[in-house]
Unconditional design. Sequence first.
Length: 490
Amino acid sequence: MSDIRVCFPDRPQFSGFMKPCRVEGDVSQLEVYGEIPKEIDGVFYRVMPDPQLPPFIDNDPWFNGDGNVSAFRIKDGRASFRQRYVRTEKFVREREAQRALIGKYRNKFTDAVEFKVRSTANTNVVYFNGQLLALKEDSPPYAMDPVTLETKGLYDFEGQLPSLTFTAHPKFDPVTGEMVCFGYEARGDGTPDVCYYSVSPTGKFTEVVWLVAPVVAMIHDFAVTDNWVSEPVPRSVCDIQRMKQGGEHWQWSPETPLYLGSCPSNVMQWFQYKNSFPGHTANAYEDEQGHLVIDLGLSEKNVFFWWPDAQGSAPEPSSIVSQLVRFTIDPQSEKRALSKPEILQHGNSEFYRIDDRFATCPYRHCYFDLMDPQLGTDLERIGPKLGGGFPLYNAVAHFDNVTGETEVYFPGDVHLVQEPVFLPRKDSTTEGDGYILVLVNNYETMASELHLLDTRDFTRAQARILLPVRLRQGLHGSWVDGGDLNPRTA
Ligand SMILES: [Fe+2]
């Protein structure tokens, strides 16, 4: 036992605000400064990678930790908080062994024991058919009770799930409630197979399509319109031999183009663009000409700098910039080389969210994290407490696709922001009429805050909800309206 690490490595991703949180618990009646409108009734779920135990891999990336799910219940002008780890196979077996057993990120050949499923369930939480699904793209979902956050277990949709993997970014048809998903490396590590599936709101698989990607690469997010699915394939590629030798699952490949595949049925058309790194999708739709409009974040550099190229080269993290861009694709065109996308918003941005009632449709409003050094964040002051290994954003922005204007909410000079989420205003059907919730890291108090913005007065917080704990950088989450929750759970 003497070689088992009992403290986290002295690395940026395990230091300062990035020190693992490792807390489970409940806090009722969080402190509220300002006012939470009484009409808001629902739950904001989000998940963070949060290693319960020190890894035995020395330089484990920040997002290889166990999924720890936070739920903020907001009702009657008050907010309460609950947090539970997802009881994955990894979590349960490591807790029992009192040590880390899993090895490198998505490399089973480096594990201390053999796992049936390596999921960390740490990337997204979505509510579907009465259950909360905790997602990691290398595995099926884990199902959780949306109220107690108790883990029910690995979820294969009653045996219907055709692939070994399930995306962390499923899309929902706002009209039908259908969930459209995919899995890549769908037949196992290193396989080029991609499997798409549509699931009815009651959980029945209605369509399954198998495809083969041109390279085995990380397909983190995708885009869905009425008739098409599109997947941006970046240059992080897999080599099973490298993995067997203890190397990384992903390696940056400068000679591989960005592929953008579009598929109306079971034949994928692969369009190409110069080497670049696609980030998250904001939205996609078909325009009047039948062209596909896909809005997403795009960077010219390797955003996952912790997985360098074969020569070990990676960009300096502070030099990486991502912008909100628009690809417009004529799917009938014989031309496979894509033109330069339109830059919709020039800021350094990511974590794009919309009014989800307009997903897959022409839309106007986009909300996202922004890094603008001119806003006055005191990086010198917060630097020693920052930790590292993750991208920094100091504001939330609202971009209007019609006017081209951007509004910015700056939470303070010792604050950084995590992903925002949009909540529609009660009884309003107008796109973008509602609220934004965003988790804010306060580097002075070293605790987290939830800031509530009214989109009619975007630049100031309507309420600041204080937590007595520090929630490490997380990834994605969802707002679930109280009326949409299972009646059993509301
Ligand atoms: Fe993501």
